[in-house]
Design a protein around this ligand. Sequence first.
Ligand SMILES: [Zn+2]
Length: 563
Amino acid sequence: MNNFEEIIRKHVLKNAFDYGKANAGAVAGKVIAEHPDAKNDMKATMALINKIIAEVSTFSKNEIEERMKRYAYAEKKEEKKELELPNAVMGKVVTRFPPEPSGYPHIGHAKAAWLDYESARVYEGKMILRFDDTNPEKEKQEYVEAIKNGLSWLGIKWDKESYTSDSMPEIYDYLERLIHAGKAYVCTCPKEEMSRRRASGEECGCRTLSKKEALERWKGMLDGKYQPGDVAVRYAGDLKSQNTVMRDPSLARIMLAEHFRQGKKYRVWPSYDFAVAIIDHLEGKTHPMRSKEYELRDELYYSIFSDLGFEKPHLVEFSRLAIKNAPISKRLLKPLVDEGKVSGWDDPRLPTLAGLARRGILPEAIRNFVLSLGLSKSESEPGWELLLAENRKMLDPVAKHYFFVRGPVVLNVKGLEQKAKIPLHPKKGMGFREFDVSGKVYISWDDAEALREGEVFRLKDLCNVKLTKKKAKALEGELAEDSMVPKKIQWVADKHKIACELLIPHDLLDENGNYNPNSLEIAKGYCEKGCTELKKGETIQFERLGFCRLDKKGKKLQFVFSC
Ligand SMILES: [Zn+2]
């Protein structure tokens, strides 16, 4: 028995053990990963895989488990397992990331985009960035740019960029075919009446009009005979269906707003459900993904595919990202921006990509965070903590260290005349901060509060001091013997201080989902003058406080607290 056959057998057993029955596509992916030459003759590879699957399918689960013991299985990369797609064929997978350009991208988009991108990569396929732009009332070029910038910042490269609105002629054509086939009709009933009928399960007269009449109405929609709200193309579904999505949903309606890309060219616009099905077909997607809240819409999606005789793709669902006390949806985000409750789409309290970037969250940390959630459908509400922990892990080895004192209180130390030479990083050789210290330093108000007269403490990386006098606004001290003392305090030398403001974001929403007016704390104080040499956007560590990103340079420095 040759080695190649053994590799296949090993993966067939494992796949059968994990999923009950082995999937040839999934096995092929594993086999190629271990033995890339298998790609050279895919026909022979697949034939052999299918032969071994047939053989293994006669084994009981215990037998499979027993036989698996003969093989060594590489430590499975969790990410790869999570991104297994059903019936995927190496090199043939097409995924898409389909944002509507009606707002700035947020971390929920990052999750979808990373899943689309990484699964395409796992199967050496393609990812299409498709702008789902069929609501002229909400969409703008500004948002298209923001989405593209956000994806590039994340490090996602799409293979093709497309716009649903560029396919309007095809969309119209397919709508007309559905009407022709009696699978859709043009309904002129008032909206309230249709809502009532959809609830009670009664069809309206429009559904039984002749094809000729229906097509005339359709023409009328295009020609300007109807006004917005007067008419809709409806899917001839099942008004008694348990799935309310199937109760004659709207497939197209009239909207007269100017479209950011198409101008006034079109007055009839497709619904999300119709557009997504048509474009997924036109662009040959094999594994379109969407979050689980669309699950009820799957039936309509596949029905449209059947009615039009399209080959069906494999819809893949994942759980929608929710983060505790953070507004992760356009519906919640936009009013906060419009009402000025935050400073803009890049406010560091927001879970937008622009906000996260301003907060010093690294794109790699976002990637690891969202991919760790994978394609799982189970709902979970991870806190920010997980993302921040990931970010800290990445910043720790690279961020320079400095001191910041909040609400500074002066400390005069008798006889203090010293050169300070403090490493920029405690472990990595990044060089030093060097300066002269004489007499006067500043410490944080809370450290000052906690000191008692007579207490000996250490000005970190400098010297030991004994507190001789404590007044409300000033402290007096003297040099103390250089021995081990438990208390270490960060400080800034008088001659080397610069005014500094630190924005500290807190949860934007309270437990009830309402805006938290105390969500942005501003800490004022001094930091080391050396911070003026940092580049805008650089993230450093203020010791004992955390990582902070330099947001603004000027007479004062402004940092945003990261994690
Ligand atoms: Zn009607």
